[in-house]
Design a protein around this ligand. Structure first.
Ligand code: BGC
Length: 763
């Protein structure tokens, strides 16, 4: 059915419903919506199931055991696949999940989750993409498009600022408006506008005093400014102030109250005038339309190819794992050499996180078996136990150290045990279990090359980083993660993943350390915009591994071919050459920082990236499109984004730290609106403004004198007077300056600014 026809049918159905039926349609009873076909023959219930690492389709909707789900492909966790930085691949992942949803008769997948990794302790970091909103938004938009291309709905969650598990149901996030928009809401904006998910899920927490499910700030932004036109559902049991939520665009509670209760509640709200029938209808209409669209795409006989999906999971994991270190090219392993595999995790892999994203894998592969499939001379020792028994661990350590003699290299499978990383609680530390750290250091002391393959959903400290030869960050690789890790270790795949988060040297280095997880009521985002790499970069603070870092078995050269930055097209163009001996992929990253004079430091931000493939010796000219907000900042006073006139430094690199090329550009066509409160000091930061002011102050000698003082050597005059004198203050000291003159001057200067074209430095 055409979308216009669906809308028409939805309207028709709505007209036949009583208030009580409409009320019931605002509530979804555990996974399936209310028995709605009794209300109208054309209405059928719809089914939601969790993602985002695969389909978590409960066998029985009322099953208490959340892990009793049908088998499906367990894909790598989002923290893993974000490392691919590969838009096309993430689109394909969406398609694959969409196909599985079709077979399982799931109408909407509760994924993707795009909350930012504010603290390394966040319990659900493995379910989230990154500490960066641009990377998150780009990938999540593709994920949504991929799922929805199969006719299945995607549900973007958790809107918004749900960055911790501690007291997630009620914590009040206190955050300044600029940070909220520049970071945490930005991660949602592209997925909403480009991905156009059929559903958005509000978060549990409060933001600046309002629960997300009823927050006018969040819901109005979503509906009115971003033009979102789908279902807005609460997270489980997270409906607060239902009336207020519905007024601002909420449409569905999950799982919701019983039919009778919600019918009563809605009647009361209508009577009290807290919602109007029109608002109720608008909400219900979204849900009806959603149900009709879902029915339209339901295809009972659909079957996907399980083996092909498993192979895709392997490809995705192989493209996402990150080679952090590779001293003396210890990797790739030679298939003939003697390799000692160490660690219980090689037998019992850690491949996914806990909670609502947990998948019952179709075909789980085991690292040791996969190592044996590829290597001819593989030995194994357990090394440590995951249950942490100290006596046994000491015995295993001794056994391992005795075993190393006959092998050329040692591969330790290490990682974070299962129960540490889950929805519902945060981590207490980012350390690996002490027996694993002890074992790795002791093995490194033996003088043989030690390679560590890590399994974890989020960052860990690596006290032995400088002692080992190589580190492969496998993250949580899903059911085919073991195959992908072996592919990389043996060089069947050339690694091309890059970190989507910073690995700090230790937890206390993290900027949110002093503000996480807040007190019993509130968490204050005291670090503001400086989360993750933005902080480490601004302070030039050492990290274990920086954001965007990831090695390859080949090398890439970056060259400026003369038109690095095109401001009109908003592109960066570079020539990249594969200077090594293997085919490989490189992720070209573009960062920007606005030069701020007389302001606090401004953060560096990722504004573009492109992943390319190159054969040995091959070169490509690559044009990277910049984010449309590259030269914009959020103005909290005016509650809007604006293009800011300034000098911007653009950095082209292979990670946030490994900058290969850079260029400064000047933006002159932005709006920096001059008002009567603007100070001379601020205004003269705008290129050409001093000369303009000199002209307009000519008939006003006292004002002119203050302006000229800003050129004097004495800082007391130059700086202090500059910031003291606004048009308002000048009016008080310069009798010739009347309100009318000021208005005319402001109008003139703003007009000249608007007409000022050409942004390149030196124009
Ligand atoms: C989680 C959501 C999930 C929902 C349903 C909630 O606890 O926060 O991400 O979709 O449960 O399982």
């Amino acid at each position: 059915m055409e979308i216009s026809k669906i809308k028409e049918t939805a309207e028709e159905i709505l007209q036949t419903l009583s208030i009580s039926d409409k009320a019931k349609l605002l509530s979804q009873i555990v996974w399936e919506t209310t028995d709605i076909h009794k209300m109208h023959e054309k209405l059928e219930k719809f089914l939601l199931a969790d993602g985002p690492a695969g389909i978590r389709r409960l066998k029985d909707y009322f099953d208490e055991d959340i892990y009793n789900t049908r088998k499906s492909t367990c894909y790598p966790s989002p923290s893993t696949y974000a490392g691919s930085w590969n838009r096309e691949l993430i689109y394909k992942l969406g398609e694959h999940m969409g196909k599985e949803a079709r077979q399982e008769e799931v109408d909407t997948m509760l994924a993707p989750a795009v909350n930012l990794k504010r603290s390394p302790l966040g319990g659900r970091n493995f379910e989230y993409y990154s500490e960066d909103p641009y990377l998150t938004g780009e990938l999540a938009a593709e994920f949504i498009r991929g799922i929805q291309s199969e006719g299945i709905g995607a549900c973007l969650k958790h809107f918004a600022v749900n960055n911790q598990e501690t007291r997630r149901m009620n914590v009040d996030v206190q955050i300044d408006e600029t940070t909220l928009h520049e970071l945490y809401l930005s991660a949602f904006e592209k997925p909403v506008k480009v991905g156009k998910p059929k559903m958005v899920m509000t978060a549990y927490n409060q933001v600046n005093g309002e629960y997300c499910a009823s927050s006018p700030v969040l819901l109005d932004l979503l509906r009115k400014q971003w033009g979102y036109n789908g279902v807005v559902v609460t997270d489980c049991y997270a409906a607060h102030k239902l009336g207020q939520g519905v007024c601002h665009g909420l449409t569905l509670q999950m799982p919701g109250e019983s039919g009778e209760k919600i019918a009563r509640d809605i009647q009361d709200l209508l009577k009290a005038g807290e919602i109007t029938e029109e608002q109720l209808d608008r909400a219900v209409l979204h849900n009806i339309q959603f149900a009709l669209e879902a029915k339209e795409h339901r295809n009972q006989d659909y079957k996907y190819n399980r083996e092909a999906h498993h192979e895709f999971a392997r490809e995705l994991a192989g493209e996402s794992m990150v080679l952090l270190k590779n001293q003396d090219q210890t990797l790739p392993l030679n298939k003939e050499e003697g390799i000692l595999v160490v660690g219980e995790l090689a037998l019992c892999p850690r491949f996914q996180g806990g909670g609502s994203s947990h998948v019952n894998p179709w075909k789980l592969t085991i690292p040791l078996e996969e190592m044996k499939k590829q290597g001819k001379n593989i030995g194994f020792v357990k090394g440590y136990t995951l249950n942490g028994d100290e006596e046994e661990n000491l015995k295993l350590l001794g056994d391992t150290l005795r075993e190393t003699g006959q092998y050329d290299k040692i591969v330790v499978f290490a990682g974070v045990p299962d129960l540490i990383e889950s929805e519902g609680y945060d981590r207490e530390s980012i350390k690996l279990p002490k027996e694993q750290n002890r074992l790795i250091s002791a093995l490194a002391d033996k003088g043989k090359p030690v390679i560590v393959a890590l399994a974890n959903g989020s960052v860990v400290e690596m006290p032995w980083k400088d002692e080992v030869s190589s580190i492969l960050e496998c993250y949580l690789g899903g059911e085919a993660g073991a195959e992908a890790a072996a592919d990389i270790l043996f060089g069947e795949i050339n690694p091309s993943g890059k970190l989507a988060e910073t690995f700090p040297v230790c937890l206390s280095d993290n900027p949110s350390y002093l503000y996480f997880p807040g007190d019993t009521e509130r968490v204050v985002y005291g670090e503001g915009q400086f989360i993750g790499y933005k902080y480490y970069d601004a302070l030039k603070k050492e990290t274990a591994f920086p954001f965007g870092h990831g090695l390859s078995y080949t090398e890439f050269k970056y060259e400026d071919i003369g038109n690095l930055v095109d401001i009109d097209q908003e592109t960066v163009t570079v020539k990249i050459t594969n200077t090594g001996h293997r085919a490989g992929k490189e992720i070209i990253q573009i960062y920007v920082r606005r030069r701020a004079s007389g302001e606090s430091p401004t953060p560096k931000k990722l504004v573009g990236f492109e992943k390319i493939s190159l054969n040995p010796g091959e070169e490509k000219i690559v044009t990277v499109f910049l984010d449309k907000r590259t030269f914009m900042t959020y103005n909290a006073k005016k509650h809007q984004w604006e293009r800011r006139n300034s000098i911007y430094d653009l950095f082209v690199g292979s990670s946030v730290e490994d900058v290969r090329l850079n260029e400064a550009v000047r933006i002159k066509d932005g709006v920096y609106e001059i008002t009567k409160d603007s100070s001379i000091g601020d205004m003269i930061q705008i290129p050409g403004m001093y000369e303009q002011l000199e002209k307009v102050f000519n008939p006003h000698p006292i004002s002119l004198n203050f302006l000229q003082m800003t050129k004097e050597e004495d800082p007391l005059k130059a700086i202090s007077m500059g910031s003291l004198m606004t048009f308002e203050t000048l009016k008080r000291v310069d009798g010739t300056l009347e309100d009318q003159n000021i208005e005319e001057i402001i109008k003139y200067i703003n007009k000249v600014q608007e007409e000022n074209n050409g942004n390149r430095l030196g124009d």
